[in-house]
Ligand binder design. Sequence first.
Ligand SMILES: Nc1nc2c(c(=O)[nH]1)N[C@H]1C(S)=C(S)[C@@H](COP(=O)(O)OP(=O)(O)OC[C@H]3O[C@@H](n4cnc5c(N)ncnc54)[C@H](O)[C@@H]3O)O[C@H]1N2
Ligand code: MOO
Ligand SMILES: [Mg+2]
Length: 460
Amino acid sequence: MSEWNGTEERVEINGVKVPSELERAAGNGNEQLGRFNRRAVKVEEAQQRVLAAAEGLRCGSELVPLHLSGGRRLAQTMYASSDWPPFARSGLDGYAVRAADVAQASPEQPVTLRVVDSVAAGGLALAAVETGTAVRIMTGAAVPEGADAVVMLEQTAEAILADGSAAVLIKRAGLPGQNIAPQGEEFRLGGALAQPGTLVRPGHIALLGTFGYAVVPVHKRLRVAVFATGSELLPVEASLAPGQIRDSNSCMVAAMVEQSGAVPLICGTLPDEAGAVAAALARVWDEADLIVTTGGVSVGDFDVMSEIFRSIKKGSWTSDQHDLSKVLFDRVAMRPGSPTSAAVINGKLLFALSGNPGACFVGFELFVRPALLRLQGVEEALPRTVTAQLHTSIDKSSPHDRFVRTRLLHQPDGRLLADPLAFSKSSMMASIADADGLAVIPSGSKGAEAGEMIQVILLP
Ligand SMILES: Nc1nc2c(c(=O)[nH]1)N[C@H]1C(S)=C(S)[C@@H](COP(=O)(O)OP(=O)(O)OC[C@H]3O[C@@H](n4cnc5c(N)ncnc54)[C@H](O)[C@@H]3O)O[C@H]1N2
Ligand code: MOO
Ligand SMILES: [Mg+2]
């Protein structure tokens, strides 16, 4: 792969020629045409295109030690390797008896049983329980042969028989099966414990440990390269300079990548030059499974990702070996984030999110997170929604579906209120931090009235 040296006509990514001189520089009328020739697709359609593309690109799996498997996604269905419990076991400390022996027991007329053995958890009784006998038993111990009930210690009293042997007085009537967890009560050998794509949580770890899985097959952590395009961008640690701002998108996106179970590779900021962007993508190509850029997707003279996408559309990124490069969409009927774009380039997904932080955030939630989840085998990869009552009207009509950053408030009467936040323009950030969800306001001639029931996408 050659690197962009700033003078060459083209750079290569995995043998793919990438034009560096773009239509703008050529200054011809076709460029203007290309710039505006972007058909908006509906959000649902754009999501389906992303999921379908991700389906074909599933990431590989690896084995990790059980104690490190939390937060990862299972790569296989996991099965019970035995019945659970593996033997009938006592649920409490007491005496294992035959229920028929103690059916009539009461405090006034306790039943006396000879104690023939005592069994602790982990041990096995040497003597079976026969009519007229009992075995002292501890919580978790295997129920001895012959016993079909356990009487709790508090309902008994110790006694000595005439011949000096140990006995127990049972003071409460018992029923067959009481205080015993039968073998296989919870799981049968071969039963499914969890499906591929399941997020491993502490409860799954307990199950997997129970069934002897010292190592767990999980999806590999996807590596996601994050680039911020924009010549106005300064690193976070820099002092502000006139006309410039700090790059807040890179770290926000990196945090969202981590939230999605992947590893962000923060690749820094790129100037608004197609050659530099293409060269940067080429440099990170082998290291990254998926690429996210922010900025430069609109129709401005320096919107470099739009140029890159135009060149992908023209087929300039498809090589002889790979016929896989295609634009999934370069405009979505939504606000914020209408210029959000996505492509598959030689088998890898590239998302070009808007530079406006609010639009960048929404674009990630709607498209990048679902892609990362689907790549990790998650069936239900699209954002989860809840129904809530809109607290204040959102009145403007819009040809686009809107995703309004919203607080979610649980009312004492059980209602869930969606309270749209102020400062929620695409360019604004305060409402990203405060949002619990994104209120979905469908396109149409009117917005949504206070009191209406709406869908709200839950933010992680
Ligand atoms: N004539 C038109 N202009 C615009 C349109 C349009 O349809 N016609 N669309 C608007 C919409 S909607 C959006 S959204 C933005 C999209 O802008 P870009 O994705 O091209 O982003 P930039 O132009 O690079 O930046 C926009 C804005 O965000 C700031 N920014 C960029 N990167 C970062 C970063 N890493 N951290 C923080 N802030 C960042 C940048 O300085 C700009 O202020 O276009 C509209 N224009
Ligand atoms: O599509 Mo943009 O995010 O509204 O400003
Ligand atoms: Mg722009």
